[in-house]
Design a binder for this molecule. Structure first.
Ligand code: TMP
Length: 231
């Protein structure tokens, strides 16, 4: 474990994999069960980070270079880790983060072809020693994932963002990148099939995370029970 007391779980995957819905579903479930849990996202999660996210997503900024992208993402991450993730873990909370450093390795490393060594050095600098305890990779065919994103953007009458607009080959490289990263660290990663029905997938996520956290953090219902016994 990389942090004193809490538990850090991250969701990763390409566009349209469904990870944000799953992260929210997991958060709702754990909160209802009384676990001390927080939900955040990257890029963003802090006021500064959300402003950086708006720059990164802006489809008018086509000229953003791959290295500039890494630096902006790193700035957002550094702010979020120092301001939010590390203190929350220090207090013994479960932190769920929608994307983290693996996204930079997959998108900017495999997708935009920035050298992994440079990405790794910046990641070491801006994560302040914090590493996910568990990472759920939601794997999906890019054709299906991008199809979902297109439908969403038509239905909500919003523009696709700068990443969503990247060519198909980019998204294929990102998917392959994620799978390679996961294979290198099998103890941390669980790969889940993003083609499964939403409820089935959420059930699997809840099962995996509940098992992992109950090894580390006392179950809230157990605490209530123990207190009653003492009265
Ligand atoms: P999303 O998480 O809502 O899909 O949007 C975030 C976008 O930012 C997504 O297109 C992936 C991209 N991104 C990177 O390219 N590198 C990163 O390190 C992170 C955190 C996100």
């Amino acid at each position: 474990m990389s942090q004193a007391s809490g538990f850090f779980v991250t969701f990763e995957g390409i566009e349209g994999a469904g990870k944000s819905t799953l992260a929210q579903g997991l958060y709702d479930f754990l909160s209802r069960e009384g676990w001390p849990v927080k939900l955040t996202r990257e890029p963003g999660g802090s006021a500064v980070g959300e402003a950086i996210r708006a720059i990164l997503a802006n489809p008018d900024f086509k000229e953003i270079t791959p290295l500039t992208e890494v630096l902006l993402l790193s700035a957002s991450r550094s702010q979020l880790v120092e301001q939010f993730i590390r203190p929350q873990l220090g207090e013994g909370n479960i932190v769920i983060c929608d994307r983290f450093s693996d996204s930079t390795r997959a998108y900017q490393g495999f997708g935009r072809q920035v050298h992994q060594r440079e990405i790794g050095e910046l990641a070491d600098m801006c994560t302040w020693g914090v590493k996910p305890d568990l990472t759920l990779l939601i794997d999906i065919d890019p054709e299906l994932g991008l199809g979902r994103v297109r439908t969403r953007s038509v239905q909500s009458l919003t523009q696709m963002d700068r990443f969503e607009n990247m060519d198909f080959g980019f998204h294929e490289r990102v998917r392959e990148g994620f799978l390679e990263i996961a294979q290198d660290e099998p103890a941390r990663f669980r790969i889940l099939d993003g083609h499964l029905e939403k409820d089935v997938l959420l059930g699997k996520v809840i099962q995996i995370v509940s098992k992992e956290i109950s090894r580390i953090i006392p179950h809230p219902h157990k605490l209530t029970f123990d207190r009653t016994m003492l009265e």
